[in-house]
Write a protein that binds this ligand. Structure first.
Ligand code: SF4
Length: 311
């Protein structure tokens, strides 16, 4: 869900403490900015949607890919899961009804748990991620493409696209990865760039930075990319929200970059939005058996006491 952000942290050309990346990470969670700027790297994180898109572009089938993960014998169950979703969608005419609690599928039997849990945990982290991977492959990728206007009669390719985010006041470019459908229309190429966004969450900076980005290694886009917000859960597609004006976005990123240098670094997601912690690469530093660690509060140590505050 935030795979692009954590991959940017791991990208060796993005220096540690890069001001723009620090600002973006601080906006995600100040505590994460504290960890990264202190020298810690995000650990292995499992993003089934990103993983499915990546594997999909290799060109094999879903069954082939499950085989690569040691799940050959799970392929029949995967097929049944896909059929169950199709049937459920046919009788429940809302977007992605299979995400509701009423959908009976998407749970392993005791025997499947016995046989496959080791491979599932190794490659996907947990069972829910395996089902999300299958659902993304079989449904979401196609839903997003069609709803982005890339129809089957077009000559298109889904590609991981490497961008350079540039805000000159905040130093060198930040190298960033995104997914895009490259569509060939006669002598032109249209690029439909999809920003994966969790359901109901704001995304104040990525669309703005993407609009100002260049293609890595190439000075300009072959055509102005058409941006889409891809709902990570439902498969819906919409225009990215224009929350901030250019001036506001720029000014806020500059301020966030300054705050990210000195803190404070409260673990805001731990306190208010624990779902984000589930997919955070720094999770193991913040939680021990679902309880906050002392380390999770370390970023608060430098908070001023405000003892001279007159109030
Ligand atoms: S685990 Fe949660 S609180 Fe800790 S850094 Fe990640 S998002 Fe922030």
């Amino acid at each position: 869900m935030y795979a692009d952000l954590f991959l940017a942290l791991l990208e060796h050309r993005n220096p540690r403490k890069h001001p723009l990346l620090s600002a973006m990470l601080y906006e995600f969670c100040p505590q994460a900015a504290f960890f990264w700027r202190s020298g810690l790297d995000p650990h292995e994180f499992h993003d089934p949607v990103w993983m499915a898109m990546q594997d999909y572009t290799f060109g094999g089938s879903l069954v082939d890919q499950l085989g690569m993960y040691g799940l050959d014998d799970f392929s029949e169950t995967a097929r049944q899961y896909i059929t169950d979703i199709q049937d459920f969608r046919a009788t429940n005419l809302v977007r992605a009804p299979e995400t509701s609690a009423l959908f009976p599928g998407g749970r392993p039997t005791a025997e499947e748990k016995r046989n496959f849990t080791q491979a599932v945990e190794k490659h996907f982290g947990e069972w829910d991620n395996l089902y999300a991977y299958i659902r993304t492959w079989a449904f979401l990728i196609g839903d997003w493409r069609l709803r982005s206007g890339v129809t089957n009669d077009r000559n298109y390719a889904l590609r991981k696209t490497h961008l350079a985010f540039v805000l000159p006041e905040l130093g060198e470019p930040v190298y960033w990865q995104a997914w895009a459908w490259w569509v060939k229309i006669e002598h032109n190429t249209n690029i439909h760039l999809g920003l994966l966004t969790p359901d109901g969450l704001r995304d104040p900076f990525r669309p703005w930075l993407t609009r100002m980005s260049s293609l890595e290694g190439i000075s300009a886009w072959p055509s102005t990319p058409i941006l889409h917000r891809l709902n990570y859960h439902t498969g819906e597609v919409s225009d990215p929200e224009n929350l901030l004006t250019d001036g506001q976005a720029r000014s806020m990123l500059l301020k966030l970059a300054t705050i990210a240098e000195s803190g404070p670094y409260p673990p805001l997601n731990l306190l208010r939005h624990p779902a984000a912690c589930q997919v955070c690469g720094f999770r193991k530093f913040c939680y021990n058996d679902e309880r906050p660690t002392d380390l999770a509060l370390r970023g608060l140590e430098d908070v001023p006491t405000w003892q001279n505050d007159a109030r």
